[in-house]
Ligand binder design. Structure first.
Ligand code: KIV
Ligand code: ZN
Length: 515
């Protein structure tokens, strides 16, 4: 058996299903590009039958991809499978990933189908996929709560029908490492044609065991791991790519397994995702959190000075956390800026470079040294925003602690191409900004979350604001970055309103399609 583990990344599908992680097309294309740079083997770009937007983004990603395999997810039904193939077929290396539930609970209550009917559906669905391509993955949803011998029949059927990868997910994050390893081993050993497929696992993190369960499965023969950047995903998320990649690298002596992840790209990838979805990386997050390499206690510091290995099992450089020596500031030329962005993984065309160059100069007027994180926040802000329905042009805010003089905000915006302005008051400056924008747009979303984070250290750091809004059945997250946190606040608010508007439009369209 090969000792090479395939990394299957589902940040753009399962990850995007996590609350607030919705991305626009430009953002998805950027993440997809980064996944190639990171050395991922297969990326799941989306669920094409779920919406027109998802179909289009999977198709664009498939066409952009170079050598990475591009998978689309589909239920085990003809219309989903056909739509999926239509979306991925232009990739150099397309994959159809189809799934059906196999646990007694799911078959009875979700599918309302007998096990024998489920087997027939798997046979027919996988066969249809195999008619399009020989790169077919079948997932037995809720495998960890399925009956072992039935699971073996499921796997045998799927392989016979043409599946070349068999994924056994711990869909609800219920399994325990030893128990999960036993299940995977059992299925491999008791399915007659198991040697004809690669076994994969997809573990959720409801009990905090997603990475542990994945490692346990790899140690008994699974050779594909389904992961997401920073572990984002449904509910508590999926196995974190960066944790799995580093566990396999740092403990190669124990697992004896290889992979193709370029670990120096781990931190840039997590940081990119964090900025894209507006969710800061927690300080104590393994591998990429701010404290992951910080040594606070005197005893530890003393040990580190004598020999780093006393308290450090991997170097910050090995996960891409190195300060680069190419410093960008006020006097940097266009070429230096282009090179810098290339070194951060952004290849900009001339128009994008011009936009970014001007923004770099404007930021450098306020801040002496621009750090990598400042630059990444800036390019996200200036280049990867969706073509907006609402666009903020200017905001001016007056704070006040004088009784009788409330904080005020004045805002200038483009609304669907038309210029609009407004001014008003609030209990505080943030409230004033939101009130003015709401009045101008005739909207009344509820603010569910508001957070400010300094992108880098120092009082001149770029402020990154995240807001989560809810209006009716839809909720959306927005992000904005600027050295002035009130400007960042207004940007984040408008960004969230754009996401809300997009969701409402998508929702309406689906409604029309189904009525
Ligand atoms: O969690 C799960 O079971 C899934 C499958 C669709 C692979 O996401
Ligand atoms: Zn999942």
């Amino acid at each position: 058996m090969s000792n090479r583990v395939l990394f299957f990344d589902t940040t753009l599908r399962d990850g995007e299903q996590s609350p607030g992680a919705t991305m626009n097309l430009q953002e998805k294309l950027r993440i997809a590009y980064q996944l190639e740079v990171l050395g991922v083997d297969i990326m799941e770009a989306g669920f094409p039958a779920s919406s027109q937007g998802d179909f289009e983004s999977v198709q664009r990603i498939a066409r952009q991809a170079k050598s990475i395999q591009v998978a689309g997810l589909c239920r085990c039904m003809d219309s989903d499978i056909d739509r999926c193939w239509e979306a991925v077929k232009d990739a150099r290396n397309p994959r159809i990933h189809t799934f059906l539930s196999t646990s007694p609970l799911h078959m009875k209550y979700k599918l309302r189908k007998d096990p024998e009917v489920v087997l027939q559906m798997i046979e027919a669905g996988v066969r249809r996929c195999a008619g399009y391509t020989d790169n077919v993955e079948f997932s037995a949803e809720d495998a960890s709560r399925s009956e072992r011998d039935f699971l073996c029949r499921v796997v045998e059927t799927a392989i016979r029908a043409g599946a070349t990868t068999i994924n056994l997910p711990d869909t609800v994050g219920y399994a325990q490492p030893q128990e999960f390893a036993d299940l995977i081993r059992y299925v491999i050993e008791n399915t007659p044609n198991s040697d004809k497929a690669i076994f994969s696992v997809h573990c959720h993190n409801d009990l905090g065991l997603a990475v542990a369960n994945t490692l346990a499965a790899l140690s008994v023969g699974a050779r594909q791991a389904e992961v997401t950047i920073s572990g984002i995903g449904e509910r508590a998320g999926n196995a974190a790519l960066e944790e799995l990649a580093m566990a396999l690298r740092v403990r190669k002596d124990y697992y004896g397994l290889e992979h193709g992840i370029v670990t120096e790209q781990l931190y840039p990838s997590c940081r990119l995702l964090s900025m894209t979805i507006g969710q800061p990386i927690p300080n104590n997050k393994a591998i990429v959190g701010a404290n992951a390499f910080a040594h606070e206690s005197g005893i530890h510091q003393d040990g580190m000075l004598k020999n780093r290995e006393t308290y450090e099992i991997m170097t910050p450089q090995s996960v891409g956390r190195n300060e680069s020596n190419l410093v960008i500031g006020k006097h940097s030329g266009r070429n230096a800026v282009r090179n810098k962005f290339e070194s951060l993984g952004y290849s900009l065309d001339d128009d994008q470079l011009q936009i970014v160059f001007e923004a770099v100069k404007a930021l450098a007027d306020r801040k002496k040294t621009l750090l990598d994180d400042d630059l990444m926040a800036l390019v996200q802000e200036e280049v990867y925003r969706m073509p907006d329905l609402y666009r903020l042009r200017h905001v001016s805010v007056q704070s006040s602690d004088a009784g009788g003089v409330p904080p005020t905000a004045a805002v200038l915006m483009d609304v669907d191409g038309m210029e609009k302005s407004g001014a008003g008051f609030g209990v505080g400056p943030v409230d004033a900004i939101f009130n003015v924008i709401n009045d101008m747009l005739g909207r009344e979303p509820q603010l569910e979350q508001y957070a400010v984070n300094a992108v880098t250290g120092g009082t001149d750091a770029l402020g990154e604001v995240t807001v989560r809004l809810r209006e009716g059945e839809f909720s959306a997250v927005g992000r904005g970055a600027h050295p002035d946190i009130l400007v960042a606040t207004a940007r984040a608010y408008v960004n969230a309103l754009n996401h809300l508007a997009k969701k409402e439009k998508e929702g309406e369209r689906l409604h029309c399609q189904h009525s």
